[in-house]
Design a binder for this molecule. Sequence first.
Ligand code: MN
Length: 572
Amino acid sequence: MTWQEYSKLLAKKGLEEKDRNFLEAVFELASYVHEGETRATGEPYITHPISVSLKIADLKLDIASIAAGLLHDAVEKNPNVLKTIRQKFGNEIAFLVDAVTKVDRVSAKGVKRALESVRKMFLAVAQDIRVVMIKLMDRLHNMETLDALAKDKRERIAEETLSLYAPLAERLGMWNIKGELEDLAFKHLWPREYAEMLEAVKNHAPERERLIRKIANVIESELKREKIKIKEISFRVKHLYSSWLKLEKYDNNWLLLSDLIALRIILEDVKDCYSTLGIIHKLWKPVPSRFKDYIALPKPNGYQSLHTSVFTENNYIVEFQIRTEEMHREAENGIAAHWAYSEFGKPKKGFSAIGKKFNWINQLANWHKEFEHEHASTEDLLEALKIDFFKDRIFVLTPKGDVIDLPKGATPLDFAYHIHSEIGNRAFGAKADGRLVSFSRELRSGEVVEITTQKNKKPSREWLHIVKTSLAKNRIRRALRITDKDSFLAIQEKPVSTSVYARNRVGLIKDISGVFASLHINIQTLTANRSGNDEAPILITFIPKQKSDVAKIENRLKKIRDVTKINSKIKS
Ligand code: MN
């Protein structure tokens, strides 16, 4: 890419001419340093720093950050360049480049390496948050171009992305980045599940999209009538990885994934947000437990929005997210949004501008100042941080020395399924640090875990109660479904439609839905088109979790006052 092409892209992103002029010399130095170097993809190396710097510009960070993005790998290539950078472009850019370079330098191996990376990342956050944002953009671009690497390397990088970079982005409120990092890691760690999700979304999304489009039109004309100005109305399919995790929780029932596509309305001010909420609730009936006022009560990381889900036509549930432009910017880019208001070229120093929303960063900075000259150990640091970042995680090792990050309480079976479903399915015994342990024994950080397998071994149903991760549960369920075709799992996806005949009265619907709620079964659709006609039944469709659920539901429905007849059939 030539300077002219690059400059044009920067201009499109809103950079002024004087800032672009400053960046020309930076661009030239970076091109010079990486001259003749190529990436694993075969492209000239400079394409990487250029892409990283453009991502930084998208975040609307300052000029120093964009410059540091262009030069972030230059010192790695040639250590003498740092001096040149300081002389030509000043201390600030040199500091950023140096700091980004140092975050990468981790000499330890295995668990120590993982902890060391975490420690360095936190220190970088404390030192200057821009360093971490540059690192995040660096990682994002590396993940986007990961295909060129060998499988084990891809998996190691993807694993680290999922356990360190994505949670860090989340902590910084950078939801978009978090979602992108997770989806890319998902693709490389669990390619089969990723492909399945992609296919399933393709199958489910169009129908839902049609409906959402229709709903969007209704709300648009209604807000126009009420003279409420819409800044933006949009919808998009949620990220695959987070949908996949949710889907596992819902036993793979796609219909329960009602927020797969959310409708987002951006308005001028908070008052309009609440007015719009009122209008939505007047048009459609809200799902009671799904309304969240994150404007009055923001999430700990500062996220603000009104969330509500409503029953629309055919009782389809649609989720709305209502917010102002400022809330939206922050929801998308988190902490980076606070730089959007500062002028280019005038970086904000320190953390005073960030305010209470990212209080943990303030704490971290203060803590760092206090202990700056003491060489506290990694464990001490993590202990002292007292933020729950990795509180609930453990790091264990494979016999080869790869680090596997699992939730606290994870067992050897979780470990086995995490490595590969076949290792889980054929697991026969487990060793931790060379000693035999039971499948249900909790793993501890630092342990080397080894799984012995046996051909023809099959997973046991009991394992579902032992494992802690949803990944393991899902893989066990899948294996059971294949080996045990007559099990309830085989009918799991067939919806049942039940007709309830009853005299119309106040509270009848509530009593009926109460039956389903008490059995933790979600109603897929509920049609009560009665208009005074007591002859027409109330039609409910649902997906039973096991065969016996249908009889249980019928029995309980029969006990409701005024119900005269029940009739169920399995839909095909
Ligand atoms: Mn890089």
